[in-house]
Design a protein around this ligand. Structure first.
Ligand code: ADP
Ligand code: MG
Ligand code: MG
Ligand code: MG
Ligand code: MG
Ligand code: MG
Length: 636
């Protein structure tokens, strides 16, 4: 997403008054893009990843880790060096060509990095990702000042705790932007898009966001909850917050808690629009599966949580719905929007027979005007429903100087709504002004970051291989959306990989053998081990098995094939619980730390030691009990 615009964003009331205008022009821009590219075919398979790092100041003498507000400065340095040939005399930094694109992210200590150009879809192209990720990390480390480190961990464990920032700025509940009692506004990356999003979400909602996460219950956790309650009561409206929060929950009150959490995303280019639509649907089903497999977020605001993943926290952190929109779920009233604008998808979009209409079984509120406009312009009803569903939201950030655009060449108003519907998968139409010839793409958005480049490369590569297998073998992963949502809830649960079952299709290719698509009931509950590693007694090959079969049909160098085999081994061990998730590892590290007081608190000292271990693991020194099986793989 481009962030070149730096003008004056409008206030919430002005933004609201322009909402219809933005929708109307956004629809025209979508239709223009759709019609311009709908007949394009045979686009090459291209793909790229996005990794979000956080920079952290490690203070050895104090045994303390804190967050610096340094992202703009770090990005400026990276941009000044990454184009040049770099000195690799010490084997430290190896970029000989432009390696990465560095993007600002929500928090002022976050940096997003994508490859400079997308990778191709050959096996040899796919495995390039690991070196690219490793070199991005090296480049990033090379521009940091003394004592600063980078981590690929979704959240800084003590985000929002007393003095968690290097600079001594206090949160201001009466401030301009987030009004948080925990996070100072200076934590928000200064590009006007980010503070404006925050303020306008709060103003549209009519109150601060409320994020409630169940705390992990240990024998002294009650005292931790009491300390939290005291602090909440010191603030205006504290009683009401406590009532809404419920017992034994970690309270958070700012967008930074959610959008300050990093993730691992992958974007694929499909051959044509209908394949992109089919892939979008199939990947939506995999969203919860891959969230559980990559879970890495068990600590929030310095407290061990009873969940392992970030998704629902981000969802609550940008929930701009006022009370009447949140309404009771059962309500049939028009204005009720059952989900936050950061959520799993609500409807499938493919026109394939596999997309049985009864699978679209959750509410799909639409902007009716947009829907009618789309239909009247010849857009099919499934695509129209999808777009009108995105357009049921209001635009959140409008730059005054960007209001008037040329709908034949620009897609700003479409992008405005597209980029603030943060869904589990995103369907990306090609831009109207398109110097790089970008075609139809799908973005997969649920994965959490792992500590090592190995893990992040393994999961990215696995998703690419899986997407290719699904397309090549015409697999059918469809299930009712309500079941995908149920899976998403389960994916957050503590050690979901080992402890939960997930809905999945027993047979992912029965439609190729059977006459009728629904000839047998196929969606049942399975363990992650069954879903990923298969179950021969049930005729299930498992996702790894399906991918491996397809890989075996394809050319690749010996190195490539053994690297892919290593990735598949790792994914398989993760699914069977033999290699723990990052979340489970982090949790056990806290619980077994000598300074842990059985109160669920991750103190400064525990946090520091934890991050030191994370760094060692990221550097390949993974001689750790739980990470043990991973070590030889990372070292390969
Ligand atoms: P956003 O934040 O909107 O998701 P980014 O620019 O951060 O977008 O990331 C886009 C990702 O898509 C990058 O990994 C990039 O390499 C990749 N990419 C770029 N062009 C293509 C393409 N034509 N096909 C597939 N992926 C692409
Ligand atoms: Mg982005
Ligand atoms: Mg991005
Ligand atoms: Mg990002
Ligand atoms: Mg993205
Ligand atoms: Mg939705």
């Amino acid at each position: 997403m481009g962030l070149l615009t730096v003008g004056q964003p409008l206030s919430w009331s002005s933004t609201k008054s322009k909402a219809e205008y933005i929708r109307q022009h956004g629809i025209i821009q979508f239709v223009n893009s759709y019609n311009k590219y709908k007949d394009n075919s045979n686009a090459p398979f291209l793909w790229g990843d996005e990794v979000e790092f956080f920079v952290c100041q490690m203070e050895e003498t104090e045994k303390r880790a804190r967050l610096p507000f340094s992202a703009p400065e770090v990005i400026a340095k990276l941009e000044s060096i990454s184009e040049e040939a770099l000195d690799d005399s010490e084997g430290e930094v190896m970029a000989k060509e432009k390696l990465a694109i560095w993007h600002p992210e929500y928090a002022n200590w976050m940096i997003e990095a994508t490859p400079a150009a997308p990778y191709d879809g050959t096996l040899d192209g796919i495995v390039r990702v690991q070196d690219n990720m490793a070199n991005r990390r090296k480049l990033l480390l090379s521009v940091l000042t003394d004592g600063q480190e980078v981590f690929t961990l979704p959240v800084f464990p003590r985000l929002g705790c007393e003095s968690f920032t290097v600079e001594d700025v206090k949160p201001d509940p009466n401030g301009e932007v987030s009004k948080s009692m925990y996070i100072p506004d200076a934590s928000i990356q200064p590009h006007p898009r980010f503070p404006t999003l925050t303020r306008n979400i709060r103003e549209r909602r009519g109150e601060k966001v409320l994020i409630s996460v169940p705390a992990f219950q240990d024998k002294n956790t009650a005292s931790t909850m009491e300390t939290q309650a005291k602090k909440i009561l010191d603030n205006e409206g504290g009683n009401e917050i406590l009532a809404q929060l419920g017992d034994n929950s970690i309270y958070m009150d700012a967008m930074a808690f959610g959008m300050g959490a990093g993730c691992l995303q992958v974007t694929f280019q499909s051959a044509d629009v209908s394949q992109a639509r089919l892939l979008y649907d199939q990947l939506a089903v995999l969203g919860p599966i891959m969230l559980a497999m990559t879970a890495a977020s068990p600590i929030w605001k310095g407290i061990l949580a009873d969940i392992d993943a970030r998704w629902n926290i981000i969802s609550a952190s940008v929930d701009d719905r006022p009370r009447e929109e949140r309404g009771p779920k059962e309500s049939s009233e028009n204005k009720v929007l059952p989900k936050s604008r950061y959520s799993t998808i609500d409807c499938y979009i493919s026109e394939s027979d596999m997309n049985r209409e009864h699978f679209n079984d959750v509410a799909i509120p639409m902007d009716e005007t947009s829907y009618e406009d789309l239909l009247s312009q010849g857009i099919d009803s499934r695509m129209a429903r999808h777009v009108a569903h995105l357009f049921v939201r209001d635009p959140l950030v409008i730059f005054e100087d960007k209001l008037s655009v040329n709908n034949e060449t620009q897609t700003d108003h479409m992008e405005n709504l597209w980029s603030t519907n943060w869904n589990s998968v995103r369907f990306k139409p090609p831009p109207l002004t398109n110097p790089h010839g970008i075609q139809w793409r799908v973005e997969f958005r649920t994965m959490e970051l792992g500590l090592t480049d190995f893990e992040n490369a393994a999961f990215s590569s696995f998703m690419i291989l899986l997407a290719q297998t699904i397309a090549a073998k015409k697999l059918d992963l469809y299930m009712p959306i309500s079941k995908v949502d149920e899976n998403m809830d389960r994916a957050h649960k503590r050690n979901a990989v080992e402890n939960q079952k997930f809905y999945f299709r027993q047979c992912v290719d029965c439609h190729l053998r059977d006459e009728k698509l629904d000839s047998r009931p196929c969606v049942k509950e399975f363990t992650m081990d069954q879903i990923v590693n298969g179950d021969s007694t049930l005729g299930m090959k498992g996702l790894v098995g399906l991918v491996r079969d397809y890989v075996n049909e394809r050319p690749g160098t010996k190195e490539t094939l053994s690297r892919i085999e290593l990735y598949l081994d790792f994914i398989s061990l993760r699914a069977s619980g033999k290699i723990p998730t990052t979340a489970e590892w982090l949790r056990q590290e806290v619980l077994s730390h000598e300074a842990y007081k059985f109160d669920s608190v991750v103190s400064e000292e525990i946090c520091y030691d934890l991050l030191i271990k994370c760094k060692a693991i990221a550097e390949g020194q993974a001689n750790d009990k739980l990470y043990g099986k991973l070590a030889p793989m990372v070292a390969e």
